[in-house]
Ligand binder design. Structure first.
Ligand code: AHG
Ligand code: MN
Ligand code: MN
Length: 311
């Protein structure tokens, strides 16, 4: 562990931070390896964006291929990590065994969330969950860590290994530097993000949103789950929801790949996540690609969502 060089540079990098937090040694190596893939994925996004900007029609299909290449990058990294037994990804139909069967950790990934936004130059992201039991076991007690990476004007990474939620920024030297330790959400925020068409909302959800609007909440929705969640994290409050719809009663977002990792990070920052009735982390998945409605953010807004949805 090379801590002296970090100390002389006057900042705390990711490895040093995890070591100071006492994160289990294999887990911290694994988290570091995953964070590194963020650099490779961002290089792919950059390459694809440049092509799209200049040669849109010829290279339009690259935008879709980015989901796949991000998945390949992650899978290759994890295959040789030595700490991962199984890899479950939004881009894979089944769980991929990657280890010898003796490894401690099971990884979930949405390798590139918001890929349809790539050509708009809005922020997109990667979402990771780490479990110490097979991912279909689900649940709070089997989740040991989560992380997301935001590819925006800066590349930032937020992780939790169950000891608070922390933000890092990738600096020009390619190091993840601690920018905010122990993010703590306020009781109540002032922004709301809503997915789904208004005409498809249920009466209970509509009443909840009207309540937020009367209270003066500002609408902030980019259409990218990672930057929309990151906004609530960094602004220390607010609510993101992708509700049950009349046309899709389980909503849109995926429990294992998207919702549970974000719920873990939000709870560790003092926030909450529910499907309206149950905590997102208490839901046991029935299938790999299960979808659930979600209300996630600071406590006041989530408690209110529960009240409105259960009347
Ligand atoms: P993905 O790109 O991994 O399929 O996920 C897209 C998701 C998520 O980023 C966002 O919150 C949601 O789709 C937006 O959906 P709408 O376009 O229906 O608002
Ligand atoms: Mn996604
Ligand atoms: Mn995706």
């Amino acid at each position: 562990m090379d801590n002296i060089s970090d100390a002389t540079k006057g900042f705390v990098d990711l490895r040093r931070h995890m070591w100071m937090e006492g994160v289990e040694v294999d887990l911290r190596r694994l988290l570091w390896q995953i964070a590194v893939t963020g650099k490779y994925i961002s290089a792919k996004i950059d390459e694809s964006n440049r092509k799209l900007a200049g040669l849109k029609n010829i290279y339009g299909e690259d935008q879709l291929a980015l989901d796949k290449s991000s998945d390949e990058i992650l899978l290759n990294q994890l295959k040789f990590s030595g700490f991962v037994r199984e890899y479950a990804s939004e881009e894979q139909a089944t769980i991929v065994p990657v280890g010898t069967g003796a490894e401690k950790y099971f990884v979930t990934a949405d390798p590139l969330d918001g890929s349809s936004l790539v050509d708009t130059n809005l922020a997109i992201g990667t979402i990771i969950g780490i479990h110490d039991e097979p991912v279909l076991e689900g649940g709070r007690e089997n989740m040991v860590a989560a992380m997301y990476i935001t590819y925006g004007p800066l590349i930032t990474m937020v992780y939790s290994a169950g000891k608070g939620t922390h933000e890092f920024v990738l600096n020009r030297e390619g190091e993840y530097v601690l920018s905010e330790e122990n993010i703590e959400l306020k009781e109540k925020g002032s922004i709301y993000s809503i997915g789904g068409l208004r005409k498809d909302w249920t009466a209970e959800h509509t009443a909840y949103i009207e309540f937020l609007e009367k209270e003066g909440y500002k609408l902030r929705y980019s259409g990218g789950f990672v930057p929309d969640i990151n906004q609530i994290m960094i602004k220390k409050g607010g609510v993101f929801t992708y509700p049950a719809l009349k046309t899709a009663e389980r909503g849109k977002l995926r429990l294992i790949f998207e919702l549970q990792p974000m719920a873990f990070l939000m709870e560790q920052a003092g926030g909450m996540a529910t499907d309206g009735n149950r905590d997102i982390l208490s839901i046991k998945p029935e299938s790999l690609d299960q979808r659930n409605p979600i209300y996630i953010g600071s406590r006041y807004e989530i408690e209110k969502a529960k009240e409105f949805l259960n009347t």
